[in-house]
Write a protein that binds this ligand. Structure first.
Ligand code: ADP
Ligand code: MG
Length: 380
């Protein structure tokens, strides 16, 4: 592990990936009018790559010559940053590529990371152009910090990396259903929420997780020689991995789907959910403070779930409280919170979609684990 904080050198060159369709379609205009003059002032050179289609940023970043860029800047919503991170992790040189400082300039309708970075910097409740200004200032200052990522596996064999969230149930369905109100910007989530509240659905699944506090105390090395042996083994195996960086990042906390989760994991007694979210940033949207306790690199997935039987009125209360992040203080019996290192979710009845960082996945068993400080992000 290198130093915690880093600083962009000047002058520098950044690659800007811009989605002209994100949010209400004003990203290019906002970049030219608001961002560009500040970057010029700060001696930051840039080249804009306007994305032409879904997954374009993913491909661009996978093939790009990284030596040309000091940072990768995403002017879009969270969806485009998700593509960038996955493009970086698919490169043969992923372990150095993923350490390239990333920067998010909110131009989309889902700007959860931008809102989270503002929250970590104690600037709360910033929206739209104020949020964009603050994030552009972060880039001009050039300070970057580590950021945890989550590695996810689906039963059908997909492997994905997430900087924000995994979801199933109500909130994921809102995210997807509200796509058609894209023109409304962030308000699309509010409209979608009220629409779906009229018919609260139940999602049946088995949830297992490795509690965050468990890992530091539990796998007791001295009383478990077998474990110690395995750990030493994997440590000595790790050295050659650095020489040929082709090897994939290993998820040491997970076991194959065919196997039961390890004994020291917890299996949730509840199997009927209304909504389930694993989030590893504070915000799920610009005015949606789901995990006020979350930090950029706290080595935890903050797991929230709402169990079946919850009333519509309680759901409305949760959503209202989440604007300020006070929902846990409601002490509501249907709202559960666990900080975890890893989780597995097995739908018992496939239903709806799942989402990773706001992007759609088919409903199937998934599991994932946190990777401490894997990426770097320009922040306050
Ligand atoms: P928003 O926050 O508004 O959802 P995102 O930046 O997250 O904005 O982008 C939403 C989706 O748009 C992403 O899945 C991305 O792949 C896709 N996309 C990128 N460029 C284009 C384009 N030129 N036309 C259509 N979709 C695009
Ligand atoms: Mg999006």
């Amino acid at each position: 592990e290198g130093p915690v904080y880093g600083l962009l050198s000047r002058p520098c060159q950044v690659m800007v990936l811009l989605n002209p369709r994100s949010g209400s379609g004003r990203a290019l205009h906002l970049f030219k009018s608001q961002v560009q003059p500040m970057l010029t002032e700060a001696n930051i050179g840039f080249t804009i790559f306007v994305t032409e289609k879904h997954n374009h940023a993913w491909e661009l970043v996978r093939e790009a010559d990284m030596s040309k860029w000091d940072a990768l800047v995403v002017m879009a919503g969270d969806g485009l940053l998700y593509e960038v991170i996955n493009g970086l992790m698919e490169r043969p040189d992923w372990d150095s590529a993923i350490r390239k400082p990333l920067c998010v300039l909110p131009g989309g309708s889902g700007n959860a990371l931008a809102a989270s970075l503002n929250h970590y910097d104690s600037k709360n409740h910033c929206f739209k152009e104020t949020l964009l200004m603050n994030c552009t200032f972060f880039l001009c200052k050039g300070l970057h910090a580590p950021m945890d990522l989550v590695s996810l596996h689906t039963a059908s064999g997909k492997r994905l990396f997430s900087f924000l969230s995994f979801g199933w149930g109500f909130i994921s369905d809102v995210d997807i259903a509200s796509e058609r109100y894209r023109k409304l910007g962030a308000a699309r989530f509010t409209v979608g929420t009220f629409q779906l509240l009229t018919t609260l659905q139940v999602y049946k699944g088995r949830l297992s997780y490795l509690p965050a506090e468990e890992q530091t105390s539990a796998p007791d090395q001295s009383s478990c020689p077998a474990k110690q042996h395995v750990q030493q083994d994997s440590f000595s195996n790790k050295k050659p991995v650095h020489l040929s960086s082709q090897a994939m990042l290993e998820d040491s906390l997970l076991v194959p789907f065919e196997e039961q989760v390890p004994k020291h994991w917890t299996v949730a007694p509840e199997e009927e959910f209304v909504s389930l979210i694993g989030i590893h940033q504070s915000h799920l949207g610009a005015d949606f403070l789901l995990a006020p306790m979350a930090k950029l690199y706290d080595d935890a997935i903050h797991l929230f779930y709402v169990t079946a039987g919850v009333s519509r009125l309680s759901m409305v209360k949760f959503f209202m409280a989440m604007e300020k992040g006070t929902h846990l203080a409601l002490n509501h019996p249907h709202l559960h919170y666990k900080p975890v290192k890893a989780f597995r979710l097995e739908p018992l009845v496939p239903k709806g979609f799942m989402t990773v960082d706001g992007e759609v996945l088919a409903c199937e068993p998934v599991q994932g684990q946190i990777h401490k400080r894997l990426a770097r992000i320009i922040s306050g």
